[in-house]
Design a protein around this ligand. Structure first.
Ligand code: PEP
Ligand code: MG
Length: 311
């Protein structure tokens, strides 16, 4: 009697190691959705919408004035839908707009933008959204429409919050737009020391997750411009001050049953992955090309933790 070769009877080698910590992927342009999904990532940890907006060539205010609010909403719906569809039912965490004024100033309509001395400390992220609610509302409408279309894998993330007041104001606008904040999954980025120190108050606002934007968290904790080559050697996401803030937030969130995540560039550094897995982070989101390595690094660290615990 003929037997099949042993090799052929083995199950296919899994392309992706099974890990307790979720490994997700960052997506910056909808066109990359297919390639991102093919990594086997557990979802999208950060979908930036800046490209969808900046590629219109006009500031949101100008675009809305020229083409109408519906056209602007539709651009966002189309872009986010491509990613939500590709990943369904895996979760896709899209972030509301976070472009600094100097980037808006390069667009048509940019002459109406303020010339800021220090855009990174200026009118960006949630700060701008809470002041320019007319534009923010259009973004929120796009989320609402996608949720109503059945993309319940879509999640909403607020950038650059400092405190619970930022979250309360955002939540109130979300409600005004018709979003059921109790039903939908939404959360905040932890990108400033203030937000890390305020994590208990933020959690009390019923956020579902807190995600570390370590590019900004490092910049603001160390007062090192992330885009200045003169101080690039001092830009260290593994600096003890940054790690202490992260560890505090992860610990508090575990107690309060809030998911934690990282979506900054540091997510692809093995030393950061080891640290985060040991602290008990829920998910790690890396760039497409780094996902596979992060999956394996997470696996190694989890195995080491299991071995350490039985020793
Ligand atoms: C971050 O700050 O780490 C982050 C992911 O956001 P961005 O790089 O878009 O500022
Ligand atoms: Mg950021």
């Amino acid at each position: 009697e003929e037997h099949e070769p042993v090799e052929a009877m083995r199950p296919e080698t899994p392309v992706k190691p099974m890990t307790a910590t979720e490994v997700k992927v960052n997506v910056s342009i909808p066109e990359a959705a297919e390639r991102a999904a093919a990594t086997g990532a557990d979802g999208v940890g950060l979908l930036r919408i800046e490209h969808m907006v900046l590629s219109l060539g006009r500031t949101p205010a100008k675009y809305i004035a020229d083409e109408g609010a519906d056209a602007y909403v539709q651009e966002l719906v189309d872009g986010m839908r491509t990613v939500a569809e590709e990943f369904y039912p895996r979760p896709v965490r899209a972030r509301t707009l976070d472009a600094p004024t100097d980037e808006f100033r390069e667009l048509e309509g940019g002459e109406d933008e303020p010339a800021e001395h220090n855009p990174m400390l200026g009118w960006r992220g949630i700060r701008r959204s809470l002041d320019k609610t007319d534009v923010f509302e259009k973004e929120l409408r796009a989320f609402r429409e996608l949720w109503e279309m059945g993309y319940d894998n879509l999640e909403l993330m607020l950038p650059l919050v400092n405190d619970a007041e930022d979250v309360r104001r955002a939540k109130s606008i979300m409600r005004d737009v018709g979003i059921d904040v109790d039903k939908r999954r939404w959360g905040v980025m932890i990108e400033t020391p203030a937000s890390a120190l305020a994590i208990e108050d933020l959690a009390a606002e019923d956020i579902d997750f807190a995600s570390f934007g370590t590019n900004d968290l490092t910049q603001y904790t160390l007062a090192v411009d992330r885009n200045n080559s003169n101080v690039a050697g001092r830009f260290d996401e593994l600096h003890p001050a940054v790690l202490e803030l992260i560890a505090e937030v992860v610990g508090t969130c575990r107690e309060l049953d809030v998911d934690t995540s990282i979506c900054g560039q540091a997510a692809s550094k093995p030393a950061m992955v080891d640290f985060l897995v040991e602290e008990g982070i829920t998910s790690i989101s890396a760039n497409i090309d780094a996902v596979r390595d992060v999956q394996h690094e997470v696996k190694r660290t989890e195995q080491k933790l299991v071995l350490d615990s039985v020793r």
